[in-house]
Unconditional design. Structure first.
Lengths: 146, 264
């Protein structure tokens, strides 16, 4: 009776089916080759062997772009892959940028101060020259004394 | 009458024939537990097996006839893993027929335009393909100005015996770095591959002597093609003749020929 097969018998049947299928598969009956970490790299190009120069050349200023390229490529092969960052000519110099950012941080920071702090700041700005004037203390919460 | 198997170092500079086996010094096996003993003779790092040689069980098997060369490569400062140190062996052979190799920079002639791809003749058994997007700053709208018959200096992206060779005119970072269409005028001619390698060697006397003559521009392709351009046709032809002849001239003969020219 095939009505209710147990899980066990089901599993057995499945395993038998798998065995039959895998036995029919073909496989190579070779011994496992031991994969040695090889120290030899095969290479079909002459470039790494002989350290050849760059193929485009120009002499005595016939083509100035190629002459610049020659210098760049041939020095690249000696010091391998040092990226030469061409400094682009900036409209605004680095120092100016630094100065501008310095003041910018202050200006934007003021926007986010609370009203009381703004007043203190404003007073400070007014009296920059006379440092002797005592600064107004910020009003803090005073706990009422019983 | 050299024997079949000899140590590799012993045969550097000698003629080797296909079928010779070159033995390499035994390398200490690196186990996880043992510290590798530093035997001073064996170079650490990987050995580069260049053109004309193949790896085999005992060592290196020679596949081309020529002179065996050896070079010690230095470790890069700050490089990791010692992958580029060690030595390099290769066979210096002579041939005129070029076989495309990945990474080689060659001069190709545009023979046809098939849709989005150019067909280039590089002197190999098959024509190479070059996509129109493989130029610096090329987009679908902004197509490069390449006509049939133009000369292109590019490098191989794909080059093996199973696939059609593919070329590109940009490097891995997307910049042209000198590759692309070679300009107008000039003269293209073919020489053997050994001469190209001689001319591209770091301190080549031929190139240094020629550069003293007059201003000119030179493009050397690894497929044996050279393109020369100078101010006048006569100067161009002089340079072409010298380059073609210098393969079989000794250095004295060459200096005599150049002295006669600069005297004129």
């Amino acid at each position: 009776m095939q009505r209710g097969l147990d899980s066990q018998t089901k599993k057995q049947l499945e395993e038998e089916e798998k065995k039959i299928i895998s036995e029919e598969h073909w496989y190579l009956d070779l011994p496992d080759l031991k994969e040695k970490e090889s120290f030899i790299i095969e290479e079909r190009s002459f470039m790494p062997c002989e350290d050849l120069l760059y193929g485009r050349m120009s002499f005595k200023g016939f083509n100035p772009e190629i002459e610049k390229l020659m210098v760049q490529m041939n020095s690249k092969s000696k010091k391998e892959e040092i990226e030469v960052d061409d400094k682009m000519e900036a409209d605004v110099s680095d120092e100016e940028m630094a100065r501008r950012y310095e003041t910018l941080v202050g200006t934007i920071g003021k926007k986010f101060l609370k009203k009381r702090d703004q007043r203190v700041l404003h007073d400070e700005d007014e009296d920059e020259n006379s440092n002797t004037r005592p600064k107004k203390a910020k009003k803090m919460f005073l706990k009422p004394q019983d | 009458a050299g024997s079949g198997k000899m140590a590799a170092e012993a045969r550097v500079g000698q003629v080797v024939l296909p079928g010779d086996v070159l033995l390499l010094p035994a390398r200490p096996e690196h186990d996880a537990e043992q510290l590798p003993l530093d035997s001073g003779a064996a170079p650490r790092g990987r050995l580069l097996c260049g053109p004309g040689l193949r790896r085999c069980a005992a060592g290196l098997l020679v596949t081309k006839c020529g002179l065996l060369r050896h070079r010690l490569r230095h470790r890069q400062p700050g490089g990791g893993g010692g992958a580029t140190a060690g030595g390099a062996y290769w066979v210096d052979s002579q041939q005129k027929r070029y076989v495309p190799v990945k990474g080689d920079q060659v001069i190709g002639i545009v023979t046809a335009r098939a849709g989005d791809v150019f067909r280039l003749d590089v002197g190999g058994s098959e024509q190479a393909s070059l996509s129109y997007l493989a130029f610096e700053g090329a987009t679908k709208r902004n197509r490069p100005n390449v006509q049939v018959g133009d000369l292109i200096y590019g490098q191989f992206l794909v080059a093996n015996k199973d696939m059609e060779p593919e070329m590109v005119c940009i490097d891995s970072s997307g910049r042209a770095s000198g590759m692309g269409v070679i300009g107008e005028d000039g003269f293209l001619f073919k020489v053997s591959l050994g001469l190209i390698r001689k001319l591209l060697a770091p301190k080549c006397e031929i190139i240094q002597e020629l550069s003293q003559l007059y201003p000119f521009e030179l493009v050397l392709g690894m497929n044996g093609r050279i393109w020369v351009k100078a101010k006048t046709v006569q100067q161009t032809l002089i340079i072409v003749n010298i380059l073609e002849a210098c393969e079989y001239m000794t250095s004295e003969q060459r200096k005599q020929a150049l002295a006669k020219l600069s005297g004129n």
